[in-house]
Design a protein around this ligand. Structure first.
Ligand SMILES: [Zn+2]
Ligand SMILES: [Zn+2]
Length: 372
């Protein structure tokens, strides 16, 4: 079968032929891959910034944002049958007894450096025609979401952020009105999303679905398909080329929540200074090495204390976040079908995957599609 692999020692990325995997344990499931999304992580692995092959292998099959179709199940698998669509999780637990998170099934909060990540670290990924995995790592997806379900994994970033956000919102009683349904918990609050890539736009959809007044702040200027998506979901788009960070508060009002998805440390820092009283600032972008920034830390910390602010970083996703992403995608699909589809404008066959990953992205989100 075909797969896309990176050979770090030879600094090579190529299409390879590999043995088809087989079920060896009763709790396993064999999947035919349907689609795999490409993100910055894949590009960085293919530029050899990181990415670790499994022990004993000189290559790593990449791909972690996947949608697969069940083709075979082990004898002990009861909740999946051939034909079901599933999204696999990425991270697998570390082996250590003392890691409380992994032992509790929350490897997204692993306390050691020894968990593995399919397609990233120590385990082959999903850019292959077939994969085998344990049933408990597979989340079933309704068939009518087939066209967009490759967005589940990138959406889990926002879901995990939100999972952590609500307890923080509750620290200030008026933030959450017990009379208001869970779906409307953003009502009356202002959120600013930094960055208009897929993670930013999916985060904005999640915020809009909870009735946050949502602004997206990014460098693109109209006309741009990202701005059209922002408008379609009822968010207001602000271009950083037209509105400097120093004028954000004057334009937007007090910012209750910042969802950072740009990975740009100077921008993130400048926008932190615009965070409103009792504001919460969520960092999801991983900045690359950038020029050193000089900052008045005393002024920054003083403001954070005097305004009761919270800043937290978030990465990976747990089982709850995958289920939440599938439910949310269903809502996005009902409310903004065209905007969701616009993120996935073009599909690339696996034969051209390497050129797609190394070259310019196709539309907002590059997707490698396998023939049925
Ligand atoms: Zn990704
Ligand atoms: Zn662990």
């Amino acid at each position: 079968m075909k797969a896309i692999a990176v050979f770090p020692a030879h600094r090579e990325v190529k299409l390879i032929e590999q043995e088809e995997p087989v079920i060896t344990q009763p709790n396993q499931v064999k999947l035919r891959m349907v689609e795999v999304g490409i993100c910055g992580t894949d590009k960085e692995i293919c530029s050899f910034a990181y990415g670790t092959p499994p022990a004993g292998s000189d290559y790593l099959v990449i791909g972690h944002e996947a949608l697969g179709e069940v083709v075979e199940v082990g004898a002990a698998v009861t909740h999946l049958t051939p034909g079901d669509l599933v999204v696999p999780t990425v991270r697998r637990p570390c082996p250590h007894e003392h890691c409380r998170s992994c032992r509790a099934g929350h490897q997204d909060f692993c306390e050691t450096d020894d968990c593995t990540e399919r397609g990233i670290k120590g385990a082959h990924g999903y850019l292959a025609e077939f994969v085998v995995d344990k049933a408990r790592y597979l989340h079933p997806v309704p068939r009518h979401l087939r066209e967009i379900a490759v967005l589940v994994e990138p959406l889990t970033i926002a879901e995990k952020a939100e999972y952590q956000l609500y307890p923080l919102m509750q620290r200030r009683p008026p933030w959450i009105d017990p009379e208001v349904s869970e779906r409307a918990q953003g009502r009356g609050h202002t959120a600013l999303v930094l960055g208009a890539g897929p993670v930013g736009l999916l985060g904005a959809m999640a915020l809009r679905a909870r009735e946050f007044e949502t602004f997206i702040y990014s460098r693109q200027q109209a006309p741009d398909p990202r701005i059209e998506v922002a408008q379609a979901i009822g968010a207001s788009y602000l271009s950083s080329q037209e509105l400097p960070t120093s004028q954000l508060t004057a334009r937007v009002g007090p910012i209750d929540l910042v969802y950072e998805a740009a990975g740009h440390s100077l921008l993130a820092f400048e926008v932190l200074r615009a965070l409103g009283p009792n504001g919460i600032y969520v960092l999801t972008g991983v900045p690359g090495w950038q020029t050193l920034i000089e900052a008045d830390l005393a002024a920054l910390f003083r403001e954070m204390v005097l305004k009761n602010q919270v800043v937290f970083g978030t990465v990976n996703a747990g089982p709850h976040d995958f289920s939440a992403a599938i439910s949310d995608l269903e809502i996005f699909h009902q409310r903004w079908p065209d905007a969701v589809r616009a993120l996935l404008a073009e599909r690339t066959p696996i034969e051209q995957a390497v050129e797609r990953i190394l070259g310019r992205p196709a539309g907002m989100k590059s997707v490698i599609s396998f023939r049925a």
